[in-house]
Write a protein that binds this ligand. Structure first.
Ligand code: ZN
Length: 311
């Protein structure tokens, strides 16, 4: 797998941190003066591009591109020009959003101004009314906490929405968009590029890191469902983290099922949240593998105790 790294200067100094205030509240700010943009060929005409810490998918057609997600607004402000140049300066026909969060949809309006059609689940469109917030310094941030800053303008919301399922035949590819109910958010879509055998799972799955989301039961249902529709050759494009596969998804499902069963048992024995958070032994066999990127073992135990962020 080849990997080209470019560093893109930012206009202003920012602070990058992934700080969990609680499991339902996190902020992402930025310290680096540069944003790393990494290009990973996936298969056929499909690529993964990691901008900062968010992944987007790109399907390259003869004259146009299709994106899976559009990254964080500030990331796309920095990365857009070099990204398009890398793929021949072709216009973006569609953005297919996996969910509403600002680090995946903040770049939408930048492309929509140029004629891109954005497709999302109906609930994701509703959630996008609440995506932008003001931080404690009065600055607009892409986050899922804080005070509502403004709603997207009508022309910045996805133009096409659907309920259960949608199919596109584009650039010699059959693309299936499937809503999976109440999981990472209430408007999640998984996107299956059937001819290339590549599937995008949004933030339900980070490959080699603990994930978080609105409803853990819903997320477990997603993993089980996906495992029934993919095969050993399927490549999984996660919302964050590295490319993955069926075997690793199965391992993640095994892990989360194991940890959840331990926590459910302790809960039934009267253990409280503080006991679970303090008991490192519950996740210690998995923390080295999954607990380094976004949330650590204690935060993961809290998430599972609560059944999700439950927003
Ligand atoms: Zn998300």
């Amino acid at each position: 797998m080849s990997n080209i790294t470019k560093f893109i200067p930012l206009r202003r100094k920012q602070l990058v941190c992934i700080l969990f205030l609680t499991l339902s509240n996190f902020c992402i700010a930025q310290k680096d003066k540069t944003i790393a943009t990494n290009y990973f060929p996936i298969r056929d005409s499909l690529y993964m591009v990691t901008i900062g810490f968010t992944n987007i998918g790109i399907l390259v057609g003869e004259k146009e591109l299709i994106l899976v997600d559009a990254s964080k607004k500030s990331f796309m402000d920095s990365a857009r020009d070099s990204l398009l140049l890398r793929f021949g300066n072709k216009p973006v026909k569609y953005i297919l959003n996996t969910h509403s969060h600002g680090d995946h949809t903040g770049g939408n309006p930048k492309f929509m101004k140029e004629g891109t059609i954005c497709i999302a689940h109906i609930n994701a469109k509703k959630e996008m009314h609440q995506i932008y917030y003001v931080d404690e310094n009065g600055k607009q941030v892409d986050s899922i906490i804080g005070k509502p800053f403004r709603e997207y303008e009508e022309h910045e919301l996805p133009q096409i929405t659907f309920n259960d399922k949608m199919e596109l035949s584009v650039f010699n590819e059959d693309v299936e968009l499937m809503h999976v109910a109440d999981a990472h958010t209430r408007g999640d879509v998984i996107i299956f590029f059937k001819r290339s055998n590549v599937i995008a799972l949004g933030d339900n799955y980070f490959g080699d890191a603990y994930t978080f989301g609105n409803n853990i039961e819903g997320m477990i249902k997603v993993y089980k469902f996906v495992l029934t529709i993919i095969d050993d050759n399927t490549i999984i494009l996660p919302g964050h983290g590295k490319l993955s596969n069926k075997q690793e998804l199965q391992q993640y499902l095994n892990m989360i099922t194991h940890v959840k069963s331990k926590i459910d048992l302790l809960k039934s024995q009267g253990k409280k949240l503080e006991d679970i958070k303090a008991d490192k032994s519950i996740t210690e066999m998995y923390d080295a593998k999954y607990g380094k990127l976004y949330i650590n073992g204690e935060q993961f135990r809290e998430l599972l105790y609560n059944g999700g962020n439950k927003k």
